[in-house]
Every structure is written in C-alpha cells, then in structure tokens.
Write a protein that binds this ligand. Structure first.
Ligand code: PMP
Length: 359
C-alpha cells in the first residue's frame, strides 16, 4: 500500500530552529541569532501571553467553531462584515481554503518566481497546475501589473505577494487595481499581505468594497509575534459568506490561538514597536552590508553575497543564521530578517566578515 503518486509535489522542508542548529554545531542555542524565518525579535505581546495563560485551563473544550470574537474584531479593524473574515491555521491555512474553494482538478494558478513556495504546493495539493511570472525581468524585482499580465493566460488564481518574499518589493495600489480589472471574470487575485504591517502602502483589503475577484491573506506570525500558534486569516468578498463553512478544516484554529490573536490585535503599542525596529533594521542592513541589497517593505532584506550557501554556512558557524535563497532560485543571495538592534548589528558584522573572507 502506498499513497497516490506524489512525485509532482515539492516536499516541504521547514527552516531549522536555533536549537537544532546549535546541537549540530555543538553550540549553546543562546549563542545563536536566528534571522532566517522573519520572526518578531520582540516576541509576542505580553497581553497575548496573558491570554494564552487564561485560556490554558480550558483546552479540553473544542474552540468556538466560528471564531466569532476574533472575526468580529478583525471585521471592525478592516470595516468588513464578520463573515468576510476566514480565520485559519496561519496564512498558509488561508491559502489552502482559497485553493479548496476555487480549484477544480487541472485548473492553473499563476505564481511569482522567485516566490513563496507554498502557492504552488497548495495548488498541487488541490489538483491544480502551476505557471509562473518572472519577477527578475524587471529592475529591482519591481512588481507591476504588466509583469503579471505578460505571463497571464486565464489562470484560475493569480498570486501577488506584497511586500514580496524574498525580495521585499511591493506592488503599488494602482497596479493591483489594474490587475483586478484586467483579468478574466473567472480569475481570483490573491494578494498575500503576510508582511503588510511593515509596509507603508495601504492594504488591499480596502479594495474588497469594489472588487469581488479579490482575497487578501494576512497573518499573526510576523508583526504580532505569534508564529508558533499558527493563526492567520483571509479577507474575502461579502458574496462568499457561505463558502467558509464548506472548505475549512474543523477547529483548525485553536481557542488559545484565537484568544492570543485577539489580545495581540489590541496591543497596538507592541505592533508599533515591532514595526519600528524592523524599519530601523532594514535601513541598517541597506546602509552597512557590503553587498548589493534591495529596498524592502517587509521585516527582512535580500542581499547579494556571492555563493549564498557558503556564506550562510560560514555565518551560521559564527552564530548568525540567515536564509540562503537558493531554493527560491536566487543562489547568490541571502535573506536576512530584521532582528533587535543588537542582533541586526551583529548580523552585519558577521556577514561582512564572511563576505570578505570568501571573496
Ligand atoms: N505568505 C508569505 C509570503 C510568507 O512568507 C509566509 C511565511 N513564511 C506565509 C505566507 C505564511 O505565514 P503563516 O502560515 O506563518 O501565517
């Protein structure tokens, strides 16, 4: 007995945690600075931690299936109806719900290249096929409607990541509107705003009032510091109110996660501090790394360092873990997350040493 033929599926290889790397290198995990997964260096909001503690004695009970406290709060935040918020296990879960709701076997999706690996994976899990648009065609990986529409051929779903992982580039509002208005009636545009809090651009959620071929995904993993709890959401058009209950995984978002997310949403000061640190850090990287870097609207910077795998390995030995972007098709670059000021300064020091040594 074997599973069906999964050879077309890319295996998901999660980034390794600091503890695993430390064990391998014979180091103390506290000596390592992990800047490879775009996590929040300030950790979760203390309000979220208190909410988790409060919820702990009740984990023997199933969560409220409709997650109404959280959807109500998000609906108020974005001026939507509560039914327009699809709560999920991370933004990844929201991407899956959209694949399930839209893809019939053999439908094609259009994904950015380089780009976030889960779009093609989710599409294939749902029996879809994958086409790509090439972001490296434009200077600075600039995201325009033209780059997407040049490759567009009536796909069922088109993914836009803004700010984009791993380059940090952003698609301006006018281009998103142009895209929404240019694609066929049966094409859904998914705007992934996993890094939206770090951007100065307005959220595409505002466009839902006028466009019913749009879904916007967001997460509590980054600026809200709750990556380990797996909680995110999609904001969708009002017309789809009945679809969520037909595609969601029962109880995929835990009550602990929902309560923590609600508390994190209320702690605006923590989010502001997190965003401010990231904005400082990305400027610090751009000003001080001895490598070409690109403008970033997110909590990381892409840097061209030469042999990315050698640089990442040597940096790791010196205690700084960065992401080699070879798996994104960028073998000469590393993506380095924004840390605290101290971590960010240390990353610059180590990366510059390593780049010079390997030169
Ligand atoms: N979209 C993008 C572009 C991402 O980089 C990530 C996280 N790596 C996600 C979605 C998923 O985030 P999560 O599932 O943790 O909410």
């Amino acid at each position: 007995m074997r599973p069906r033929d999964l050879s077309a599926h890319q295996a998901y290889v999660p980034g390794r945690g600091a503890e695993e790397v430390a064990r391998e290198l014979g180091m103390d995990p506290d000596e390592l600075t992990k800047l490879s997964s775009n996590e929040n260096p300030h950790g979760p909001s203390p309000d979220a931690v208190a909410a988790i503690e409060d919820a702990a004695p009740e984990v023997h009970v199933y969560p409220k299936s409709s997650h109404t406290d959280l959807t109500d709060a998000l609906a108020e935040r974005w001026d939507l109806a509560s039914e327009q918020v699809w709560v999920s296990a991370g933004a990844d879960g929201a991407l899956d719900y959209l694949s399930r709701a839209f893809l019939e076997p053999g439908d094609r999706v259009l994904t950015p290249e380089p780009g976030f690996a889960y779009y093609p994976m989710s599409a294939r899990y749902h029996h879809g096929e994958v086409a790509e648009y090439d972001l490296s065609k434009a200077d600075d990986f600039a995201q325009t409607s033209e780059v997407v529409l040049d490759a567009y051929d009536g796909e069922r779903i088109v993914y836009v990541t803004t700010p984009h992982n791993p380059t940090g580039s952003e698609m301006p509002r006018d281009d998103i509107v142009e895209l929404l208005e240019s694609v066929d009636d049966e094409t859904l545009v998914v705007v992934d705003e996993a890094y939206g809090e770090y951007s100065d651009e307005p959220s595409s959620i505002e466009l839902l009032a006028e466009h019913d071929n749009l879904a916007v995904t967001r997460t509590f993993s980054k600026a809200f510091g709750l990556a380990g709890l797996r909680i995110g959401y999609a904001a969708v058009p009002e017309e789809w109110a009945d679809a969520y209950a037909r595609v969601n995984t029962p109880f995929a978002a835990s009550e602990v996660a929902c309560r923590a997310a609600l508390a994190a949403l209320g702690d605006e000061e923590h989010v502001e501090k997190s965003v401010e640190t990231a904005k400082w850090a990305r400027e610090h990287y751009r000003a001080n790394l001895e490598a070409e870097t690109w403008p970033s609207g997110a909590n990381f910077v892409l840097a061209e360092v030469g042999d990315a795998s050698a640089v990442a390995e040597a940096a790791q030995k010196r205690g700084v873990i960065v992401r080699d972007t070879s798996s994104f098709g960028l073998p000469e670059c590393v993506r380095v997350s924004c840390g605290t000021r101290e971590e960010t300064r240390r990353a610059v020091e180590v990366l510059n040493e390593v780049i010079a040594d390997l030169d």
